[in-house]
Design a protein around this ligand. Sequence first.
Ligand SMILES: [Zn+2]
Ligand SMILES: [Zn+2]
Length: 289
Amino acid sequence: MSHHLNAAIENGRRAWDIPTAVLFSLVTVAALIGVPLFGYVYGYTRLDWTMSGILYLISGLGITVGYHRMASHRSFRCPDWVKAALLVAGGWALENSALKWGTDHARHHARVDQKEDPYNATKGFWYSHCGWLFTKDPHKTERFAPWLREDRVVMWQHRWYIPIVLSGLALPFVVGLSAGGVGDGLSCFLLAGVGRVFLVLNSTFCINSICHLWGRQPYGQANTSRDSWWVSLITLGEGYHNYHHTFQRDYRNGPLWYNFDPSKWLIYGLSRLGLAEGLVRFDSGDRAR
Ligand SMILES: [Zn+2]
Ligand SMILES: [Zn+2]
């Protein structure tokens, strides 16, 4: 660690992460101003909306099932090609490689609510939602998830992360282009590329912000994690965050049959098809409520 960084920590200041801040700001401005403005002037087609929905589900499940439950928590095992497909889908959410994402996430669980927690919710809503992205984190370490670097599919995804991101942005453009012309390509790219990435990013952020600030704590009050069923509706099942922090390796975040957890349904479905095995579950969790 450099002297400069040490001094910055002691002073409570952190160095800006310029590339991340610029990229995130560009996506936000384009999604909040460019996407609605284009829609107001030219309108979006049914194909644009359909592609947005499909890519929201694919990239969202790539994060929840691939990055989160498979890579970060090892809550099930699957063949390399299934793993690769899940990590490509997760890469389309523009949330960094699974290696970086899982490294941060393991530290979040190990040091939740402490100064090493990358999205420490005790620093307030905006910090835990997206403010943490804007500065360099001096506490970065890979020691909480050493298995990530030993996983050849995770490392393959890390190496190819930029082309994977570009393929996810090119896909809606190509679909729109082949349905009409360059204008249709642009409109599909704006809604199903830029708009959809912004929504998936923020749905992920809600777990770190809302699910550490508001909701019930049926499984324990050892940390700020909370269960919020309505956050599960937009995050594909990850709103049951108090259960998740209590039984973090469980492949389910919502353990009860009526919990809305499409991510656990996908993992269970894969296991029925013989494409996932070793699903971790803590049955004591079912009785805790
Ligand atoms: Zn959490
Ligand atoms: Zn987790």
